[in-house]
Design a protein around this ligand. Structure first.
Ligand code: UDP
Length: 329
């Protein structure tokens, strides 16, 4: 059985669905602080916090857990700058709890949601796994600290890990059973789509004077199901005896904020009102990753390489949420 810590969130819930489709048994462990009970549609569910070691131990005693996928984290960069203590406690100390309980129960395989935020400002594009890791905000630092802890836990206790460094997770389950639902929402694609549904009056573009082709930031958007598939490939890699390592997960193509908005206008058939705003602190101009290592070693291939296809799945999800809200109202 696979323990999905944070399986009620955006990425964990998509991984849970695909794991179950592939015949894995799963148990989601989530405190529902940011996660949604409605997203736990597959496998078992345990309401618990990683700060609560007794509850974690009970979960490991109850279920025959053979591997852990760990998605629980606070992930707002700005908030991490204002409230670093909460980020270090939740993202680092609570992960340590999870790892210690794994050691107690002899569970050896760990898949970690890491981030391209561990690299900091890019020196070279596309970024490979060998790019220096020099995070520029507490969020990225928490992810790097866990990566470092994992190396020591491998050496000391034989816990093998795959650190998956995501670029920009985007899109939704094509059946719209789960999707992107953050409160508050800060991510570009859902915000743009909420302008299209009329829930928001406009989208602010943070910075139009970057050194990029159209002056707006360029990001590498990777579909959530491609991310989920990579987690399963990494799990199988570790089960087959693969050594601990890190993999970038991205498409290798960059799209600017303006291109995202124009694509969303095409997909939705709506015009999206834009307001040009100041740069958001901590945003590098361009973040594009090379996922060649994952392609080669995990034999993984992103299926959604086209931004329009990614946004279509996000739009289907956003429309279904809007319908549900109307029904409830
Ligand atoms: N962005 C924007 N307006 C928004 C939200 C985001 O212009 O309301 C920009 C942001 O500056 C970044 C890109 O969109 O360049 C992607 O941001 P997002 O928050 O989706 O992901 P991040 O890159 O921070 O992980």
């Amino acid at each position: 059985m696979i323990l999905i810590a944070g399986g009620a969130g955006y990425i964990g819930s998509h991984a849970n669905k695909i794991l179950n489709q592939k015949g894995y048994e799963t148990v989601v462990y989530d405190n529902l602080f940011y996660g949604h009970r409605e997203f736990c549609k597959w496998g078992r569910f345990v309401l618990g916090d990683l700060a609560d070691k007794e509850q974690l131990r009970l979960c490991f005693k109850t279920y025959p857990i053979e591997a852990v996928m760990h998605y629980c984290a606070f992930c707002y960069v700005g908030e991490s700058v204002d409230h670093p203590a909460e980020y270090y406690r939740n993202n680092v100390i609570n992960t340590l709890n999870l790892l210690e309980v794994m050691v107690e129960h002899g569970v050896k395989n760990f898949i970690f949601s890491s981030s391209c935020a561990t690299y900091g400002n890019p020196i070279e594009i596309p970024m490979t796994e060998n790019h220096p890791q020099s995070p520029i905000n507490p969020y990225g630092k928490t992810k790097l600290m866990v990566e470092q802890i994992l190396k020591d836990f491998d050496r000391a206790y034989g816990i093998r890990h795959a650190c998956l460094r995501y670029f920009n997770a985007a899109g939704a389950d094509p059946d719209a059973e789960v999707g992107e639902w953050h409160e508050p929402e800060t991510h570009l694609i859902p915000l743009v789509l909420q302008v299209a549904t009329g829930q928001r009056p406009h989208i602010q573009v943070f910075g139009t004077d970057y050194d990029t082709p159209d002056g707006t930031c360029v990001r590498d958007y990777i579909h959530i199901n491609d991310l989920a598939a990579a987690h399963i490939a990494a799990l199988e890699y570790l089960k087959d005896g693969g050594v601990s390592t890190a993999f970038n997960l991205g498409n290798g193509n960059g799209f600017s904020v303006k291109e995202v908005i124009q694509t969303a206008e095409r997909v939705t058939g709506k015009s999206i009102k834009v307001i040009e705003a100041a740069r958001r602190p901590g945003d590098p101009p361009t973040l594009v990753g090379s996922a060649d290592k994952a392609r080669k070693i995990l034999n993984w291939q992103p299926r959604y390489t086209n931004l329009e296809e990614i946004i279509k799945t996000a739009w289907r999800w956003e429309m279904s949420r809007t319908e549900t809200r109307k029904t409830i109202d």
